[in-house]
Write a protein that binds this ligand. Structure first.
Ligand SMILES: *[C@@H]1O[C@H](CO)[C@@H](O)[C@H](O)[C@H]1NC(C)=O
Ligand SMILES: *[C@@H]1O[C@H](CO)[C@@H](O)[C@H](O)[C@H]1NC(C)=O
Ligand SMILES: *[C@@H]1O[C@H](CO)[C@@H](O)[C@H](O)[C@H]1NC(C)=O
Ligand SMILES: *[C@@H]1O[C@H](CO)[C@@H](O)[C@H](O)[C@H]1NC(C)=O
Ligand SMILES: *[C@@H]1O[C@H](CO)[C@@H](O)[C@H](O)[C@H]1NC(C)=O
Ligand SMILES: *[C@@H]1O[C@H](CO)[C@@H](O)[C@H](O)[C@H]1NC(C)=O
Length: 634
């Protein structure tokens, strides 16, 4: 099953004042971070991609008219993914889909299907005059994706999908790197006690800056729901395996550790009639990558504030955990610079996509026990994302600092094709250049069915060459000086807070919180009465009711009112939640509210598709500004 979700399943727009109170409710970093940086100058440039034709171009449809050099055509809206830089910073990797190839023995027949290409990022061309070259066309390999391409420091290898593309002794950017000198080596995680079989089904791989370790995610079904876990492992080249598939030369991922452990505190626990929140619990729902020095694993997981998906980073050796983002909007793609861990993220901040759910800050994460599959999925409309690229300093969100929008240039008008055209949607992942002066990100324009036809939103023609729906943009941070990436230490294989992975074993389910009535005390004042109920058929938690009485963690925001959410599981990835909110928060003279309409809000969400469909309403009002849910199917 290929799911479009990029979320752990267990899974600006508001006034600064209403968003930014006492910062460290989460409290992991005791040291006070420095003042946030001032916005810095950014110059943007769109790279020239291969010519494009219709996705369903017939055999030979990519003809001499479409591409006179015979080096292939992309489908205008076919699957695409921009990737990272080559170490020289002058090239960017991308996964593309070539269509309309003629049949063999025509030499252009190799420009077919899913392939990995290199695109020039320095305004120059390859010797044939193209601004790109295909690295895998004509190289024998199994069908499959080349997603999330990330170069090794040696410049000769790139991780792409579940494999490593290796040009032997040549740099991948060199003219000497040809199909004859290139190999595509699969990656494998053994998943059976006797070493047989194809191994664990893994996804979303990230290379550690030490170039020896690699992280990934894998799905598991727990209690009838699809769940995801992050893993840490060591790369080990196996030139002639005698067991397990595929049998040819491959990379084995060994010394595998699951980045979760039931022995660690859970974010919500009960003790007698009390609810205990662990504010800095490690809850890796989806592993997202490594810090620039390689030492931390970044992830999204259980929220720190209700309905708000944020990024965290945990030191692999010490387990020290820090919260990177706090904005109520949704984040998940993240990349760190090699020099001091600056971040480039993709976040829905500024679009108001999620504010109706998560705009009210400092609400303890209780209803989240049953809502995360839904609250983490409103961020998309099917294939459409609502992400924008954001630059964040190494300390992350704090006070009224929520980073700098990287693509804030242009008229901002829908359909303009400008850098800040809201119909161009940021996609995963943005990536830093090795010298720390550039960030590359890619975007896809809104396409049917997220616009046009029965959808109330209009579609706009793409202004990119040949009307292609994707673009790769290089952002240069012009005030920064290029520096070679600092050397990083090779990490230990051992993650003391994780759980060594035993091939063939599935992650265990944690204990279900018992049904009952509980109290959660505010850290500053007040309390919340919490009732947890189980579905009588499954004995799993399905309802959370909370009533707040002057509840405050920080002495600034005070919460009163009630919330009650009941979740019904339809299948592995599909849920229906019935949501009732009547919350009032006072912050000084400001009154914020979160209120559902008379019959509440019912949302049906399949997180493998991410289409918002609801009855009823839920409105969050912050300092007089109202935030509404998206229209159904938009
Ligand atoms: C292109 O790839 C598809 C899918 O693998 C295959 O069916 C088709 O024959 C290929 N076309 C050419 C020209 O090789
Ligand atoms: C890592 O895996 C190798 C090969 O299986 C094994 O020999 C080694 O002991 C493992 N290291 C650790 C720290 O478990
Ligand atoms: C919670 O308390 C109320 C009022 O006493 C009671 O009616 C209800 O059954 C209790 N809920 C549970 C799950 O025990
Ligand atoms: C919130 O509830 C507390 C305790 O019940 C009460 O003292 C306070 O006046 C309430 N605040 C508002 C704004 O309703
Ligand atoms: C869940 O049900 C929906 C139809 O309601 C279906 O489209 C989807 O494929 C199902 N998902 C799984 C994982 O069974
Ligand atoms: C909305 O209400 C209709 C009519 O009662 C029902 O069929 C549908 O399932 C509801 N949708 C959701 C998302 O609950």
């Amino acid at each position: 099953m290929r799911l479009s979700l990029t979320t752990g399943l267990f899974l600006l727009a508001a006034t600064a004042e209403s968003l930014s109170l006492g910062d460290n409710i989460q409290g992991p970093s005791a040291k006070k971070p420095p003042l946030p940086p001032k916005p810095e100058p950014i110059s943007l440039k769109t790279l020239l991609l291969p010519p494009a034709v219709a996705d369903d171009a017939p055999v030979g449809g990519c003809d001499a008219k479409a591409n006179p050099r015979g080096t292939g055509c992309l489908g205008r809206t076919a699957y695409f993914q921009g990737g990272g830089f080559s170490p020289d910073g002058n090239h960017v990797f991308a996964e593309v889909n070539f269509v309309g190839a003629p049949t063999a023995p025509n030499p252009s027949s190799i420009y077919n299907g899913s392939q990995l290409i290199l695109v020039k990022a320095d305004g120059k061309t390859f010797p044939n005059g193209d601004t790109w070259k295909c690295l895998t066309c004509g190289v024998p390999h199994e069908e499959g994706m080349f997603d999330n391409p990330q170069a090794f420091l040696d410049g000769k290898r790139v991780l792409a999908g579940l494999r490593i593309v290796d040009c032997g002794k040549y740099d991948l950017t060199s003219n000497k790197c040809t199909p004859e000198t290139t190999n595509v080596y699969p990656l494998r995680v053994n998943a059976s006690p006797d070493g047989s079989g194809r191994g664990l089904d893994i996804r979303e791989l990230r290379l550690n800056p030490d170039n020896v370790h690699l992280g990934f995610n894998a799905f598991a079904i727990i209690n009838g729901k699809l769940n995801q876990h992050g893993y840490f492992s060591r790369l080990s080249f196996n030139p002639s395996p005698t067991n397990g598939l595929p049998l040819g030369p491959r990379y084995d991922l060994i010394n595998v550790t699951r980045l979760s452990n039931l022995a660690n505190p859970a974010p919500v626990e009960v003790e007698g009639d009390k609810i205990i929140l662990t504010r800095n619990a490690i809850t890796v729902g989806e592993f997202r990558g490594f810090s620039g020095d390689g030492k931390e694993a970044a992830w999204i997981g259980y929220p720190a504030e209700s309905s708000n998906v944020d990024a965290f980073a945990t030191d692999l050796s010490t387990g020290v955990n820090r919260r990177l983002t706090m904005h109520p909007e949704y984040i998940d793609p993240i990349d760190f610079s090699r020099h001091g861990n600056w971040m480039a993220i993709m976040d829905t901040r500024g679009t108001n996509r999620n504010m109706f759910l998560s705009g009210m800050r400092y609400v303890p994460p209780l209803t989240d026990l049953v809502t995360t599959p839904v609250t983490a999925s409103v961020r998309n409309n099917g294939r459409r994302r609502f992400f924008r690229p954001i630059l964040l300093d190494p300390y992350g969100d704090r006070g009224d600092y929520f980073g700098q929008r990287i693509n804030d240039q242009g008229s901002g008008k829908a359909g303009s094709g400008d850098y800040n055209d809201p119909e161009w949607n940021g996609r995963a992942d943005p990536r830093w250049s090795f010298d720390g002066t550039k960030i590359v990100y890619w975007e896809e324009q809104t396409i049917s069915p997220a616009c046009g036809g029965e959808n109330p939103l209009p579609c706009y023609p793409s202004k990119q060459r040949d009307g292609i729906a994707q673009r790769i943009v290089v952002a240069t941070l012009t005030s920064r000086k290029p520096r070679p990436p600092p050397k990083v230490e090779i990490l230990s294989d051992i993650v003391p807070w994780g759980e060594p992975y035993v091939p063939g074993t599935a992650p265990a389910a944690g204990p279900e919180l018992p049904a009952g009535n509980y109290t959660l005390k505010g850290q500053f004042s007040g309390f919340a009465k919490v009732e947890l109920l189980h579905d009588p058929q499954t004995s799993l938690l399905d309802t959370v009711s909370v009533a707040y009485f002057g509840f405050s963690d920080d002495g600034k925001a005070f919460l009163n009112g009630t919330e009650r959410v009941k979740s019904r599981t339809i299948n592995l990835s599909k849920f229906n939640i019935d949501w009732h909110s009547d919350l009032t928060q006072t912050v000084g003279n400001v009154v914020n509210t979160k209120k559902s309409g008379p019959g509440g809000l019912q949302v049906e969400m399949d997180f493998s598709v991410n289409i918002f469909i609801a009855n009823g309403t839920l409105v969050t009002e912050l300092d007089g500004v109202k935030y509404f849910q998206p229209q159904n199917n938009t």
